[in-house]
Design a protein around this ligand. Structure first.
Ligand code: ZN
Length: 126
């Protein structure tokens, strides 16, 4: 079993929700929505505070996935700043794959939403 699945399960058991937006709130992550151009989202760690920015110009299902991805970073790699690019532009590295796998477990297995999640992400958990 992938470790991301266990992390997602623990989080849902703890907070009784699978909404990435609510989970950010409950985890004390400061979540904001802004136009980010070609970026999907940003995770930033500063002075022990965690910040997630989601591109407000993306469709809501996609925003939920971006939020889940950044939340994955905040849990798996909390001390590293990350940006979430359009993945077609580059080969994702290990940390990006881990964050995306976390988001897919959260949204597909628990939130029950496949909307706007490309196959290249869905296949991370099969
Ligand atoms: Zn990322």
């Amino acid at each position: 079993m992938y470790k991301e699945k266990k992390l997602v399960e623990e989080l849902i058991l703890k907070y009784k929700t699978s909404s990435p937006f609510e989970l950010c709130e409950l985890e004390g992550v400061k979540l904001s929505f802004k136009p980010l151009g070609t970026l999907n989202g940003i995770y930033r760690y500063s002075k022990r505070n965690k910040f997630i920015t989601v591109n407000i110009d993306r469709e809501i299902g996609h925003q939920r996935f971006i939020c889940g991805h950044e939340l994955g970073h905040s849990i798996i790699h909390p001390n590293e700043n990350r940006i979430f690019l359009n993945t077609t532009l580059f080969v994702p590295n290990k940390r990006e794959i881990e964050a995306s796998r976390f988001a897919v477990y959260l949204l597909v297995e628990y939130y029950g939403c496949y909307e706007n999640i490309p196959w290249e992400y869905l296949k991370l958990i099969v």
